[in-house]
Design a protein around this ligand. Sequence first.
Ligand code: NAD
Length: 481
Amino acid sequence: MKTGELFIGGNWRPPLSGETYATINPATEEESARVARGDERDVDLAVAAARKAFDSGPWPKISAADRGRIVWKLGDLIMANLDEMARLESLCTGKTLFDSGKVEIPFAAEVFRYYAGWATKIHGETLALREGAFTFTLRQPIGVVGAIVPWNFPFLLSSWKIAPALAAGNTVVLKPASLTPLTALKFAELCQEAGLPEGVFNVVTGPGGKAGMALVRDPRVDKIAFTGSTEVGKQIMREAAGTLKRLSLELGGKSPNIVFADADMEAAVKGALTGIFYNKGEVCAAGSRLFLEEKVHDEFMSKLTERVKGLKVGDPMDKATRMGPVVSKQQMETVLSYIESGKQEGARLVAGGGRANIGTGKGFFIEPTIFDGVSNKMKIAREEIFGPVLSVIPFKSVEEGVAEGNETTYGLAAAVWTRDVGKALKAARAIRAGTVWVNAYNLFDAALPFGGFKESGFGREMGSAGLDLYTEVKSVWVDLT
Ligand code: NAD
């Protein structure tokens, strides 16, 4: 694989700066690849290629069925290259090979297949408005899409953007996160193999502030699809105002996981663990605030702290490992400083609390960490830590649980655990978040929209709602008089 080059206009070429940088394996701290340091000048070329492919290339003009076939083929090729894609994803992110190979890359392939089916089903409406007029709407592709993605689910979150964008006839420039660009480059190879016309999909690797911002500012880009931190999302929104770009933002979260006293305790304990420790807590929807109804608090906590001991931290390529290292040294230091802040603010540390030693003396490993007796006022309950740190907050009544769950600037996801269906549905309505799980955590499907309320962003990816982000509605009025 040509990791040191960019994929622009159907060709591989070195960055104009001639520079590369190293990606680091977070489990070993060793260099895993050298990658092109793309900048504004490379983005300029990539956008020109995507623009040309949209304005005069075949992609938006070929039949929807042919477009669908190519998008489906991409899904097939992802599965045919599953082992390599999974290995590359784990190498950069530190996620377990199980998670990338059995869960995330197959899910990304499914997203391509799901939207392949939609290609032939995008349609407008005819409206019978009056005699002497024929009025209808068209749903057309937006044009050139700039996709900017984070490092926690590099390829999966790219698929949520690329698949609907392509199915609807758009062209794409992808800017992967600097730490995790390898699956994006592999996917570019698969696009060549699938017969995607040149310029329809382009990849520019490089730093967000330069390559990402250049995409946001470029007047030839019609839409930015961004997933990342709320802070950068706000910056992008300000910059995109300059050209009034279409924008979808999937941002951070501080999701409440609310356990009522009548819940199935075993299931809720398991859900609390996956809710926070899947992908080492580097999940936008992580159930990082666990609300426990006081009556069951002690029983729940004894089960939870017992179960957390079984979570093996270690080499992500080892089958027995349940939690790999966090993505980078910087992320490790951020998470450790939040743990320190929890201790200082008086939260009770009941599990973990520091770096995990897996015997190699290397790697950015952190113990699964649980703080009890947390209040919503503490920093660890207010800010997104993006690491394996759980804050447990006791509550007394249903109303209090929901109100405290809502007490956050974010609104990405939430879960409630109860055997009372009425209570579950009332809570699901009252919680201000884009996804609410009942008696479950972290369940996703290509057909079910995902996105945020409040400062978790706007726009819904996946499902039919995901297509709205990549089409414009045009009204046509034909005067028949
Ligand atoms: P980040 O915001 O630092 O970076 C995201 C992407 O934006 C990267 O590709 C980065 O290079 C680029 N970027 C950085 N600065 C930029 C700028 N000034 N202009 C343009 N692009 C820029 O986020 P991260 O640290 O990679 O990822 C973690 C964050 O992503 C967390 O806050 C997490 O909650 C969020 N996230 C949200 C979702 C969701 O669906 N809502 C999913 C996953 C992650």
